[in-house]
Each structure stands twice: as structure tokens, then as C-alpha cells.
Design a protein around this ligand. Sequence first.
Ligand SMILES: [Zn+2]
Length: 414
Amino acid sequence: MLEKPIKVNEERLWKRLMDMARIGATPAGGCNRQALTDEDRQGRQLFESWCKAASCCIEHDEMGNIFARRAGKEPGRPPILIGSHLDTQPTGGKFDGVYGVLAGLEVVESLNDWSVSTTHPIDIVVWTNEEGARFSPAMIGSGVFVGEFELEYGLSRRAKDGATIGEELQRIGYAGYRPCRRYPIKAAFEAHIEQGPILEDEGVQIGIVTGVQGMRWYDVELRGEPVHAGPTPMISRRDPVRAMHAIVAGLYRLAEQTGTAARVTFGDIRFEPGSRNTVPAKIVLTLDLRHPEEEILSEMECALNEIVAAESTSANVEGAVRKEWASEAIQFDDGCIQAVADSASALDYPAIRIVSGAGHDSVYLSKISPTAMIFVPCRHGVSHNEHESAKKEDLAAGCDVLLNAAVRMARPVV
Ligand SMILES: [Zn+2]
């Protein structure tokens, strides 16, 4: 342990973020640096030039993930892994992902500045195609790394423009030889903008991320009878809208009763045939349910099934719930969470515990390594947007916390 917490170089971190943002810059002030495009290559090369200047040793794996290592004092020790992604949405911002990568670099550069050696090495990592904007699914680089997907599956993912990940890796020179396979990791950290409004609303600089919400996607299908809007009395209709309105109200009530951590979202509602003077034959509602606790999410699912069954019967229509996709709730590692909390308190930064509402590479990492995340506020909670914005001092504060948490885990040589 160091006697006092050390700090990063706020101006250097900010300058690096702004330099990176020039690659793929959009007129509205955002970034379009999608995975494995020429812009992504330029961003990767810029990042690597900084890593080399900081004396890191760089390797690429078969999925194009980049690992930049600052050596530890004892060979063979598992590293502290710090990183995120450099790819963006087509109309993305300057900070989502990029902050987590450049915060890792800033940790290494600060350790160099402060002449701190650590027992364990530090690996800065850039994961390929986190966003899922050009190639689906999202988080494919970290997914293959932890063994969630086969390498062949990862390399064969095809973009809308026709190219596969494997072909694009070859084209931009990032098809590495190192196997894309997990290796022993002592602890993994990812710093990220919150992408929600909680820290800003609470006036707090640091979010100690304790886990990631569980998410489940459903299609709710309601079938009735298409009849004329005029001649058919209300009483004799089999109207799916009547069931839909009761189901939507029931689900909003369920969210309220379950508490503030519950999320219910009807993102898309399709009517068939979709004609102004005909009762719909069919309605399909997409439903996204979220909660940080898997058990409560299962209770919400039971309630959903009951509500749809009861309201369909009462409206005399046929109701069905189809589960389309699920991602389990993740609890991060107690030791890593504690390292983040202790660092924030040693630095005297206001901090609260928070659960991530969005997915991150750390979700996969947490399956194979002790993991935690650090959030900093972003303006109005906006992200995946060209107007995404964060304050220089908040970004530096998050990076200070990251630095000291990493040092605790990497065991400084004193
Ligand atoms: Zn991200």
C-alpha cells in the first residue's frame, strides 16, 4: 500500500480524449468510429503510439483485441486488467468506451510519473466491437475471450456492408496471432461514463458499480377479431386493444410496486392490419424488463404471464408471451468493489453505490475474473449520442479512483 493516494494528470487525460475524438469526428461534435473501419484502425494506432511511448509491450489476439502491458516486478504474476472499447455508434460520442481505455493508459502513465513499481503487471485492453453497431452481437471481442462464443463464430460475424470480422481484421492489420483465450487475471476494472442521470442528479462524482441489471426481452402477442368500427357494438367485439390497455397499465403498476430499481419498457407496438376503422386482428408489443436481482426479475416474469392471461381472458382475446432474449443480473466482486470504495474515500471524492443499467465488456469479464466498474457523471445522462458530454474534473476523479484501486490490487513495491 502507498501511504497516500496518488493522482493522475487531468490535462493529459483530457487532451488524449480530445485527440482521439478527432478521428471519425462528426459535424455535430460526436464520433463515428465503428468497429474495424479505417477510422477504428487510426484510433487503434494512435492509442498504440501512446502505449509505446509509455514503454508498454503490445500484443493483438485473434479477435483483434489489443493488450498493452506494463510489466510487474515478479514475472508470472497475473495482471490487473484495465480497459474498455474504442469503437463507437454511428452517431456516438467522445467518451463511451474511449474513456475506459484512455483511463487505463493514464493509470500506466501516472505510475511512470510517480515511479511506482507494482508486483503484478498492468494490462490495458481494447476490446473489439463492443458497440454491436457494425457487427452483431455486441461485446464480441470480450465474449470470445471469456469463452462465451467460439472464435469461428466471432470471426464470421458479417456487417450490413458485407464484410466479416475476420476479413476486416486482415484488411486493417489487426488479425493477431495470440490466441483469443482467457488467461489468469488478478482483477479487472473498467471506468465508464454512467450513461444515466443518477450521479448528476445526486451531485456525486463517483459511482461504485456493484453489478449490472438483469434484462429479459419478450414479445406479447394479442389476437382478436377484425371487425368494422361502426356497425359492431362494443359488447360483442373481441378487441385486443382492450387487453393491451389493461396489460400495459398492469405492467406499469407492477414496476411501481416492485420499487425504483425495476424497469418496464414497451419499445415497439405493432398493429395488424393497422387500419383506422377496423378493430385490430393482432397486436405485438415488445417488452423489456430489467432488475438488478435475478429472483425479483423472475417474480416480475411470473406476474407478466398472469397479467397477460387474466386480461386476455377478460377481453375475450388470445394472449401469448414469448421470451426472446435474456441476460442474467451480474454482481461484481466484493474485493474489487471494496478497492474502488476505499480509493474513493481515501481521495475524499463523494461516491455512491450504483447498478449499471447498460451492458459492458465487464459483464463477460466478471465470469472469469474478479471485476468491478467505476462510473462518472455524464451530462443529462445522455450517451450513444453526438452530444454526449462529461466534465474534465469528473473524468480525472474517476481515473484517480481507478489508479488507486488498481495499485491496491497490483501491490506496489515500496
Ligand atoms: Zn461503452
